[in-house]
Design a protein around this ligand. Sequence first.
Ligand code: CP
Length: 314
Amino acid sequence: RKDILGIRDLTAEEILCILETAREMKEKIENKKAREKSLKNFSIVTLFYENSTRTKMSFALAGEYLGADVSDLGVATSSVNKGESLVDTGITLDQMGIDIMVIRHSMSGAANVLARNVKASVINAGDGVNEHPTQALLDLYTIYEKKKSFKDLKVAIIGDIIHSRVARSNVFGFTKLGANVVVGGPSTLISKNMEYLGAKVTMDIKEALKDADIVMGLRIQMERQKGGLFPDLREYRDLFGINEEMMKYAKPDALLMHPGPVNRGIELSTEIIDGSQSVINEQVKNGVAVRMALLHLLAEGRKNNEDIDSKWTH
Ligand code: CP
């Protein structure tokens, strides 16, 4: 593969290969001396048209741990602010010899547009409400470590589903690997479209949580609320917020997850964020290993594909 644009495009075998590679990468992180430099002489650029802490920093660290040269475009101070288009920005970076571009953009499909126009490999770090494949992969990896298999797990994803690229990528990933997904939230923040992707949809949070193996809270994305969807946050917390009482509907060994950043006290109570079932900090930690795995696999593919130069004319 030249690019990683979405979980929708990946097979179950490819996902499991990424998770196994992430496991090897995590061992390398923990044993600093064993770090390999498989990305020596590779250049990576991060282009974040939207804000990020976890994704951007973990890609930077992942690239550095593998010996790559990593730069950030700094979109806010770049020629994007003079009106340069995404495609022209990509072609400009391509000419500088960038091997891998990591992009986050508010437009669904932006990563695909970039990938079609550049020789570099493109990784989608979140595009509009479409996909956030690297978040889903680190979520899957965190569960893989704890539960060993995805078969017949019940995954409850609760919150602002309609604006969530994380929910979409996770529904693709979980269903490909044999888990059952239920999405829940207020009617203005969930979409029946999720049924077409393979999830069950409910507005009854207790039904969603009942006997769940995995409980995933999602952030109410204030920045994307428009057209009357914006919920009253106190009412949201009272009706759909997950707290210790609500967690009792899930299995006793259920994992509590959240992609972050969390609106503490809204979608999740502080006690459960910091409680014994929470793997939220482990998700962040695993993000570095998963992104190392993706960079490593893409770089290996590029080393083995001598045609890649001849396919591009600009
Ligand atoms: N989960 C996630 O994408 O976090 P950031 O926005 O901080 O990258």
